[in-house]
Design a protein around this ligand. Sequence first.
Ligand code: ATP
Ligand code: MG
Length: 267
Amino acid sequence: MSTALMVSDLSVAVDNKQILDGFSLEVPFGEVHAIMGPNGSGKSTLCHVLTGKPGYQVKGSASLNGDDLFSLDVDERARLGLLQSFQYPTQVAGVKLREFMMEAAEEMGLGTAEAATRIETESERFGMGPFLDRSVNADLSGGEKKKSEIFQMAVLRPKVALLDEIDSGLDIDAVKQVSEAVEAMRSPDLAVVMITHYSRILRYLSVDRIHVMIDGRLVDSGGSELAEELESGGYEGLRKRLGIEKVLEDGPMRKPADFFTETPFDV
Ligand SMILES: Nc1ncnc2c1ncn2[C@@H]1O[C@H](COP(=O)(O)OP(=O)(O)OP(=O)(O)O)[C@@H](O)[C@H]1O
Ligand SMILES: [Mg+2]
């Protein structure tokens, strides 16, 4: 199977704060990979940098089906077939979901009739009908926003989908529905990177590989046993097994004695 997404030695900083540090990942077409990692480990930043959000100092390389992503603008990356579903989807006042999807689908090369048919079919499947003629994400609940993201993916059929916590905020039935939808979209023309905090999604979706990201880099990869290990021992347990020390924001831990001087102030 050929490589859909290749990320090599990616380092990313914002205002000199290092977020990703030598991150590498390869996802072949036809596969679904999960990335798990503690809060703040850099998972969303990875998605933002790959899709082209400005403001980061980026080193390293990334390609989609062999095309160098970092030499392209945001819209060019999207047209190549890169899609990010957002952890926190934003409201777009005044832009109706249906119009937004028609524009996006046409930009992806779909004819008007085909775009309209897909929007109808997929909105019915995900119960998005009532939201089509409202502004994008306006007053949607957390779970409805996540369903809207997966609806957009189903219409646009990307080549590489970066799903950032698509399962957060979903009720139990919706987790099942969204996972089954991703499984149904599995094809030799699609690669999925699924960022998640919960192994429950892995019950409904057969993931080809699980990666664990800590402190901006991948520290371990494996199968379902890795998710089980995390479920029972947490990231603390994994750190211990791999001998990874906690990085402290403010440098090395200071002992209480460090805050006192040998000499009393009044001497
Ligand atoms: N623009 C920014 N300026 C400063 N720090 C940032 C910026 N963007 C991200 N960070 C920091 O980078 C780190 C990684 O953030 P990121 O959102 O990628 O984490 P995450 O792995 O997605 O976490 P979560 O699981 O909570 O969603 C965090 O410590 C965050 O505060
Ligand atoms: Mg995140």
